[in-house]
Design a protein around this ligand. Structure first.
Ligand code: ZN
Length: 370
């Protein structure tokens, strides 16, 4: 073997080793990438389940709704506000009389809800397969409070106080949040009850849902994300999001709820990017036995520029139009919470009772605009 031959063989051996090392390196990279992808998936999955995303305030978005029976007019600057532009006579809603397209649906909704309540409390053993555990029918807040399980309107429904002529149903949307505990203290001081339309926008305050329920307030679903683009993109999206909030309510209180409010109200126009979605969701809500609640009076706090003074003034004016008002407020607005002490005092001095809502109270439906 001459020198040239040895040099050629050395080069071949060297190149073979290089190829081998490259193969090994490639294998290591592939394995590493596979492991990394797997770990990322797990981490993402965990993060997604925890839903640690930041919450946003959507209060102003509730202002697009327009009530049907526009009667007493409101101040010009509140023209955008749903309830302000149409303080529909509550008698329409309460009695289900003429003038509101949604009256019939309101009535049927109540009936279905009442029927739905008949099932509550009965424990149904559902053996999915041999040896399966008995599954209890979920309990609903109002059935348990009243003890009525035959579908009839309960005598002791706290939303319908016999002989109470002037009622204000305070409704607080979008919380619980940083000011909710303060609000609960104020309500307790006045022995006033309210209805909370809860979301998961501030998950660190979720435990306040239990306090709300324990202190005699009503709990209603206002969706988990309150994200219009997501929830109104499809019926499936909406009910998935809705169910996530039901589960939080159930975790916190042990009960589900039959009450709900659509973000933006049933008359919102934000959802028009998906034509007809509100009509569909309202039908589905009713067939599922939910009572959706709108409002016929507004504190105006959906706007960005509100103050405690404006909330007090607008709430007093709006609630004066009718003996029964469903007042739209947001407990994620500090100025609203700070207005409540004075507003409740005004209500007491003017003979109003502040009651929680139930499926048997009026639900104050607005006109569907999509
Ligand atoms: Zn809202």
């Amino acid at each position: 073997m001459d020198a040239e031959e040895r040099r050629r063989r050395n080069i071949e051996r060297y190149e073979a080793r290089v190829r081998q090392v490259r193969r090994i390196k490639r294998t290591i990279v592939i394995v590493a990438v596979a492991v990394a992808v797997g770990v990322t998936g797990i981490v993402w999955g965990a993060g997604h389940r925890k839903n640690t995303g930041t919450a946003t305030v959507h209060a102003e978005n509730d202002t697009t709704a327009q009530a049907v029976t526009a009667t007493p007019t409101a101040t010009p600057e509140s023209g955008n506000d749903a309830a302000v532009s149409g303080v529909s006579a509550v008698s329409d809603v309460t009695a289900g009389s003429a003038g509101m397209e949604s009256d019939s649906s309101a009535a049927s909704s109540s009936a279905e809800t009442a029927a739905g309540f008949g099932e509550v409390g009965e424990t149904v053993a559902q053996a999915a397969s041999e040896g399966a555990e008995a599954v209890s029918t979920p309990k609903y807040i109002w059935a348990d409070m009243t003890g009525v399980t035959d579908g009839s309107v309960p005598d002791n429904d706290p939303s319908l106080q016999e002989g109470t002529k002037k009622i204000i149903y305070l409704t607080f949307d979008d919380g619980p949040g940083p000011y909710t505990a303060q609000l609960l203290d104020i309500l307790k001081k006045h022995n006033a009850k309210a209805t909370f339309f809860v979301t998961n926008q501030f998950p660190e305050y979720a435990d306040l849902i239990k306090r709300e329920a324990d202190e005699g307030h009503s709990i209603a679903v206002h969706t988990y994300s309150h994200d219009y683009q997501t929830i109104y993109a499809s019926s499936e999206n909406f009910w998935n999001d809705f169910e996530q909030m039901q589960q939080i309510i159930e975790q916190e209180t042990g009960y589900r709820t039959k009450l709900m409010r659509f973000p933006g109200g049933s008359s919102n126009t934000v959802s028009r990017f998906n034509p007809g979605i509100m009509t569909q969701l309202i039908q589905e809500a009713e067939s599922k036995g939910y009572t959706f609640i709108d409002w016929n009076a507004s504190s105006g706090d959906g706007r960005v520029d509100t103050t405690s003074e404006s909330v007090i003034a607008e709430s007093e004016e709006q609630c004066s139009y009718s003996d029964t008002s469903v007042l739209l407020c947001h407990d994620i607005k500090q100025s609203t919470v700070e207005a409540m002490d004075e507003f409740l005092t005004w209500g007491e001095q003017n003979g109003y009772t502040f009651l929680p809502m139930s499926p048997y109270s009026n639900s104050c439906h607005q006109q569907i605009n999509n």
